[in-house]
Design a protein around this ligand. Structure first.
Ligand code: FES
Length: 273
């Protein structure tokens, strides 16, 4: 004869926490793992990126090494202090501190205001709430209706600026296939820069703002065939936005690290053919 387990009954308080006032959740799984991993990865990235931005050296491998590799943290290198060969035609001669500071404001603002990252860091750093069906660590909730969180609405503008950087990093990847003094060829560095650019494009094109730009506020797709095609293209990417967010974040740091190791002479950029 089959036995039927007696259902556990947890007290419900309207406006209170599931499981009652003394129990933040009735979840039995390791719900804390996700916020812990998120906080660890984000903190590690911020620490590394801050160090890399202020160290202001080993961000470019130039013609003396028969390479044209620049770290994504320093591209475009606009300051007067940029190492020779690393900057485009525009140079801000008065800017004397690290050129990375000029650049990183854009990807930082883009990621900080990203809808996915908002969910991730609201949960992992502010415990608001730490996970689904787990009590909020705060007594009240005001949403993003007041300063400073209302500034999250600038996300779309960072999206536009981020697209410009994506174009520049794509150009960096393309020119890295030309090795000065040798000719056209493929090195590990050029592949690293290429993968980095592809992941950043995937992250940008899967952005919720991008999807809304393509297909939002359209009453009839039949009357807007181009927007419909764009919307159809970005929607599958949008479904993987979280994956692209993490992959591009980790890889952009690894790309900086790779260029840094080559520029400092710690490793050699291997030429495949
Ligand atoms: S929603 Fe994540 S980048 Fe726009």
């Amino acid at each position: 004869m089959a036995t039927v387990e007696k259902a556990t009954v947890s007290p419900v308080t309207i406006g209170g926490t599931r499981g009652g006032p003394d129990q933040p959740t009735v979840r039995k799984d390791r719900w804390w793992l996700q916020p812990v991993v998120t906080a660890t990865v984000l903190t590690s990235f911020v620490v590394y990126a801050t160090w890399a931005a202020f160290v202001n050296k080993d961000y470019y491998v130039g013609a003396t090494e028969h390479r044209d590799l620049i770290s994504p943290f320093y591209s475009p290198c606009l300051a007067g202090s940029c190492v020779p060969g690393s900057h485009p035609h525009i140079v801000l001669s008065q800017w004397m501190i690290s050129p990375a500071i000029l650049i990183l404001i854009v990807p930082l603002g883009f990621r900080l205001t990203c809808y996915y990252y908002r969910r991730a860091y609201y949960r992992s750093f502010w415990l608001s709430p730490p996970n689904c069906a787990v009590a909020d660590a705060h007594g009240s909730y005001s949403g993003e209706t007041r300063f400073p969180l209302i500034l999250q609405n600038v996300h779309r503008w960072f999206f536009y600026l981020g697209l410009i950087l994506n174009v520049i990093l794509t150009i960096d990847a393309v020119v890295s296939y030309n090795q000065p003094g040798i000719g056209i060829g493929v090195t590990v560095g050029s592949l690293v820069l290429t993968v980095n650019a592809v992941l950043l494009w995937c992250y940008s094109l899967s952005c919720h703002s991008c999807r809304h730009l393509c297909g939002g506020q359209v009453r009839s797709f039949a009357k807007h065939p181009i927007r419909y095609r764009l919307w159809k293209f970005v929607t599958p990417l949008n479904a993987h936005h979280m994956n692209f967010a993490w992959a591009s974040l980790v890889f952009v740091a690894l790309t900086d690290l790779y260029v840094r190791l080559v520029a400092s002479g710690t490793i050699t950029d291997f030429r495949l053919f």
